[in-house]
Ligand binder design. Structure first.
Ligand code: FES
Length: 137
């Protein structure tokens, strides 16, 4: 399978690249196998994702999935944002080649890690958010 036009668009022109100075939560995850790293920054106010930025040192699919994941969660409540799974991210991109599915998992994990960080900083429990896992390969 080839990359869809959406994947190419988000890869060539990624949205929301950067950092957030006073982020409410930051999630960093890596894939030990390919060595790619993704970092997501969230600004959360009134239980809503006001802003999201990312930095991805990784393959084109990882860049494209982090780009669209940030687009999908901005303006959503935390509960809604947690519904954005790697499958939803892939659907929004019109699919990914099967060898690239793990790249979209990185986006879901980075998001969860950022919400976990936010919860830790604010002494909250967010349903469905688990501590980031270390990946051993
Ligand atoms: Fe590593 Fe895509 S090959 S995230």
């Amino acid at each position: 399978m080839e990359y869809t036009a959406e994947v190419m668009d988000h890869f060539s022109n990624p949205r929301n690249v950067g950092t957030i100075e006073d982020a409410s939560g930051i999630g960093t995850v890596g894939n030990a196998q390919c060595g790619d790293i993704m970092k997501i920054y969230l600004k959360i106010e009134n239980d809503t994702v006001e802003d999201a930025k990312f930095k991805t040192f990784g393959c084109g699919a990882a860049v494209a999935t982090s780009s669209i994941a940030t687009e999908l969660i901005i303006g959503k409540t935390i509960a809604e944002a947690l519904q954005i799974t790697n499958k939803k991210v892939m659907d929004a991109l019109g699919g990914l080649p099967s060898t690239k599915v793990h790249c979209s998992l990185l986006a879901e994990e980075a998001l969860h890690a950022a919400f976990w960080d936010y919860a830790q900083k604010n002494d909250l429990t967010i349903e469905g958010v688990k501590p980031p896992q270390e990946h051993e390969h």
